[in-house]
Design a protein. Structure first.
Length: 462
C-alpha cells in the first residue's frame, strides 16, 4: 500500500543525508500509462547500440548488456530523491564520439572512454559534495545559461541532419513521425481538443508513444526499414565478454596521460550537463505551478552526486558513449505534461518517473519487444534528438532576459554547435565581459506577449 501524501506536502520519503529514499510500492505509486510508454520507448535507449557497435566495435549482445546496466542505474535518481527521468548526456554524445575517434578501435579507444567517463563522474561528485554544483547554477550569467542550452539544442538537431546521419537514411519516416509527434506533444490546437472525447484524451496521455507506433507502421510501408523479425524469449546478455574485453578487469587501467588528455572534453560535457540541470529545474518549476497538491524538491547537489556515481560505476563495469546524465529531456517533457493534468492522471511525479523506468527496463529483457523495435532504432533516436532540440531552444531563448543576453547566447550557441562546448564557454565569458548587459524590460515584455499570442503554455519555464 503506497503511503498517501497530504495535500500541499512532499511525497513521503526516508531521510538519508543529502538523499531522500523512496521505495517502490511504499513511497512510489505504480502509474500504468507511464509504464506502457516506457515499455515501447525502450527503443530510444536501445538507440545506443548502433553507436557502441560503430565506434567501439562491440558485438550486439555486449552493447545490449551495457544498455541494461545503464538502465538499472537509472533507478538511483528516483530511489534517492530526484523527481526526474534520467538519461544520456545527449547533446554531448557527438563531442565524445569525436574524442574517442582520435584513438584506434580496440583497447586504446576503450581506455580513452573509461578515463573520460571516470573523470566526469569524479568531477560531478566533487561539485556535489562541496556544494559548488548548486552555486554554479546561480553565479553563471543568464546570457551564458541561454547560450549553453541553445547550443545543446542545435547540436542535437545537427546529429540527425549531418551528412551520413539518420535523416539521410530515413527522411520520410522522420519528417512524418516527428510532425505527428510534435502535434500531439506541443500543439496548442491539440491541447485545446484534449478533452473532446476519450480517444483524444488517450492520445494526449500517451506522450511520445505515437511516434514509435507510427514508425513501426510507416517505416516498412515507405521502404526505409525492413519488417521486424519477431523472436520470442528473453534477451541474451554477455556479461563475461563485456568484463573480459571492454572493462578495466580485462584491459587493465588506462594510462595516466589519458586522464589528462580527456580533461577538455570532460569540462565541455559538464557545461552541457549544467544546461540539463537548468532545463530540469525549469521543467519542474513549470509543472509545480499546475500542481499545488505536491511540493517538488529538486536539488542540484544531490543530482550531481547521483549521476556522478552512475558515471563512475559505468566507467568500471560498462563504459558507455551516451554517458549518464541527469535528464532524459524528451521523456521528462512528456512526464511533466501528463503530471500537469492533475492528481487523478498521475498521483506523484516520482511515481510517474519510476513507472516509466519499470517499462524501459522490462522492455530490454523481452526479446519480442527488442526485435520489434530494432529496425526503427534510428528513427526513435532521431525523434529524441528533435524533441531535445525543440525544448532546448525554447528554454534557451526564454532564459535570456535582455536583447544583449540573446545576442550573446546566439553567438555562443553557434560556436558550441560548430566548435565545441569549450570554445562556446570561452566566447560567452569574453562577450559577457565586454558587452554592457542591462535589463531591457521592453524586450522581455515583447517576448512574453509573443509567447502568449502563440498560446504556448508556460514557455518561460520550459
Amino acid at each position: 500500500m503506497v503511503m498517501k501524501r497530504e495535500y500541499g506536502k512532499e511525497q513521503p520519503y526516508i531521510p538519508a543525508g543529502p538523499f531522500k529514499i523512496r521505495l517502490p510500492f511504499i513511497h512510489l505509486k505504480f502509474e500504468k500509462l507511464d509504464f506502457y510508454q516506457g515499455l515501447l520507448l525502450c527503443a530510444v535507449c536501445l538507440g545506443a547500440i548502433p553507436m557502441l557497435q560503430e565506434y567501439l566495435g562491440m558485438p550486439f549482445e555486449v552493447a545490449m548488456t551495457i544498455v541494461v546496466l545503464n538502465g538499472v542505474v537509472y533507478f538511483l535518481h528516483i530511489l534517492l530523491g530526484d523527481p526526474v527521468i534520467p538519461g544520456w548526456i545527449t547533446p554531448a554524445i557527438p563531442l565524445v564520439m569525436l574524442y574517442v575517434s582520435q584513438y584506434p578501435v580496440g583497447p586504446e579507444r576503450v581506455h580513452a572512454l573509461i578515463a573520460f567517463q571516470f573523470s566526469l563522474g569524479l568531477l560531478a561528485i566533487f561539485l556535489g559534495i562541496t556544494g559548488l554544483g548548486k552555486k554554479v547554477t546561480s553565479i553563471v550569467p543568464d546570457a551564458m545559461k541561454s547560450g549553453v542550452i541553445l547550443g545543446a539544442g542545435i547540436a542535437a538537431i545537427n546529429s540527425v541532419m549531418k551528412k551520413g546521419g539518420n535523416f539521410e537514411k530515413y527522411p520520410i519516416s522522420i519528417v512524418i513521425c516527428i510532425g505527428v509527434g510534435f502535434y500531439f506533444l506541443f500543439s496548442s490546437h491539440f491541447k485545446s481538443k484534449r478533452n473532446l472525447n476519450k480517444f483524444t484524451k488517450i492520445l494526449s496521455d500517451m506522450g511520445s508513444l505515437p511516434i514509435i507506433i507510427l514508425a513501426l507502421i510507416l517505416g516498412p510501408l515507405v521502404g526505409e526499414v525492413d519488417l521486424p523479425n519477431i523472436q520470442w524469449g528473453i534477451t541474451t546478455l554477455a556479461f563475461r565478454e563485456l568484463i573480459s574485453n571492454w572493462t578495466i578487469f580485462g584491459l587493465g587501467l588506462p594510462p595516466a596521460k589519458m586522464f589528462v588528455s580527456g580533461l577538455p572534453v570532460v569540462i565541455s560535457c559538464y557545461i552541457i550537463l549544467f544546461g540539463d540541470m537548468i532545463q530540469t529545474q525549469s521543467l519542474l518549476e513549470d509543472a509545480s505551478k499546475k500542481r499545488p497538491d505536491e511540493i517538488i524538491d529538486y536539488n542540484t547537489n544531490r543530482s550531481h552526486l547521483i549521476f556522478g556515481l552512475r558515471n563512475i560505476f559505468m566507467s568500471v563495469f560498462g563504459p558507455d558513449l551516451t554517458m549518464c546524465g541527469p535528464l532524459a529531456a524528451a521523456m521528462q517533457v512528456v512526464l511533466c505534461e501528463r503530471y500537469k493534468n492533475g492528481r487523478e492522471t498521475m498521483d506523484s511525479i516520482h511515481g510517474g518517473a519510476i513507472s516509466y523506468r519499470y517499462g524501459t527496463t522490462l522492455g530490454y529483457f523481452l526479446l519480442p519487444i527488442v526485435t520489434l523495435v530494432k529496425p526503427i532504432l534510428g528513427i526513435a533516436l532521431a525523434a529524441t534528438m528533435f524533441i531535445q532540440g525543440y525544448v532546448s531552444v525554447k528554454v534557451g531563448i526564454m532564459k535570456s532576459r535582455t536583447s544583449n543576453d540573446l545576442g550573446i547566447a546566439g553567438i555562443m550557441a553557434a560556436i558550441i554547435a560548430t566548435r565545441g562546448a569549450a570554445w562556446g564557454l570561452a566566447s560567452g565569458i569574453l562577450l559577457c565581459g565586454f558587452v554592457n548587459i542591462e535589463r531591457n524590460e521592453a524586450f522581455e515584455s515583447t517576448l512574453l506577449e509573443e509567447a502568449q499570442s502563440d498560446n504556448i503554455d508556460s514557455l518561460e519555464s520550459y
